[in-house]
Design a protein around this ligand. Sequence first.
Ligand SMILES: [Zn+2]
Length: 301
Amino acid sequence: MMIDYILKGNICYSQNLQKIRCVESGYLVCIDGKSAGVFEEVPEVYKSLPIQDYGDKLIIPGLIDMHVHAPQYSFRSIGMDMELLDWLEVRAFPEEGKFSDVAYAKKAYSIFVDDLVKSTTTRACIFASRHVEGTWVLMDLMEKSGLVSYVGKVNMDRNAPDYLREESVQKSSEDTICWIEGTVEGYENTKPIITPRFIPSCTDPLMERLGEIQRKYSLPVQSHLSENLSEIEWVKELCPTSKFYGDAYHQFGLFGGEVPTIMAHCVHPPKEEMELMKQQGVFVAHCPQSNINVLSGIPNS
Ligand SMILES: [Zn+2]
């Protein structure tokens, strides 16, 4: 059962996209796990509730992390002398390969989730690795944490080392279905999200299967888009029929519209890509720290 209570402190929150309201020494009333409002004085109806007084401290709503890779937490801040594609080869892939070991996944993900709980983030969209069991481990930990999240088992059937690349389209899609079916029960606050790593990691036949799986299970989608100039050139070579990078997702029905979609980075989108994103309602996760750390650039549009 939820306990109702009041928090006292300097409370700041956004009332809408244009306006932030700040109430000095205000009262935030929590009823049944939800905010019932911010007040300058405690309303009569709530006067019997216990008050936790945080004095002069700032009270803000929890933050939402739209894009985070749980397996990359252990080596954060390392490898900043490399751009994206080298950094993936040298840092990200070798570490993610270790998540085939469930004991390692438990240990590493426990540290990630423990730290997340202690942070300002209360909701997150998370990439796991391509491993089914490891992804369930992360989802179990997130569920126990009380935080609210989407977690994705990553799909990747090309351009990755043997130890990490999924062996076939069939195996990748079977694993994805097995993983999704395993999340139908037992999770209240932790939901699956379809997660093709990025176009260079996924063949057209795999993207087609993921489109079918998305439609069958009505799940949202997360991936990466137009992060780095070398990556964008590579996508042009890999997908000669796509008009631009985003079109390589769009042609398989994995780019907004009916499908809630988050695309990470979007540092160098051409005009047509931005127009399609706007038209399809694709959410952008800009990741400015990462864009600086791997020298992807600064979005200027
Ligand atoms: Zn990412």
